[in-house]
Design a protein. Structure first.
Length: 76
């Protein structure tokens, strides 16, 4: 699975499926200047457990970005 998530300046979420080279398969008809300067590109294998691992990774990344990294030596 290859996807890119960006946000239109009006707040809409844009989701594009990407090919193996990272190019949109069916690009959203939104020029780059109408997108916020942030994007998330997700690459995950197809198959058993890949979706669950992807969600775990995104949850961990969200925790780090919203709360900051854990303190050295802190137990979770």
């Amino acid at each position: 699975m290859y996807r890119r998530y960006t946000i239109h300046k009006d707040g809409d979420l844009l989701v594009e499926e990407l090919d193996a080279q990272g190019n949109p398969i069916s690009p959203e008809p939104v020029p780059p200047e109408d997108r916020l300067p942030v994007e998330v590109v997700v690459r995950a294998a197809e198959g058993d457990g890949a979706h669950a691992h992807l969600l775990d990774l995104m949850e961990l990344a969200y925790g780090i970005e919203s709360e900051g990294p854990p303190e050295p030596g802190a137990k979770s």
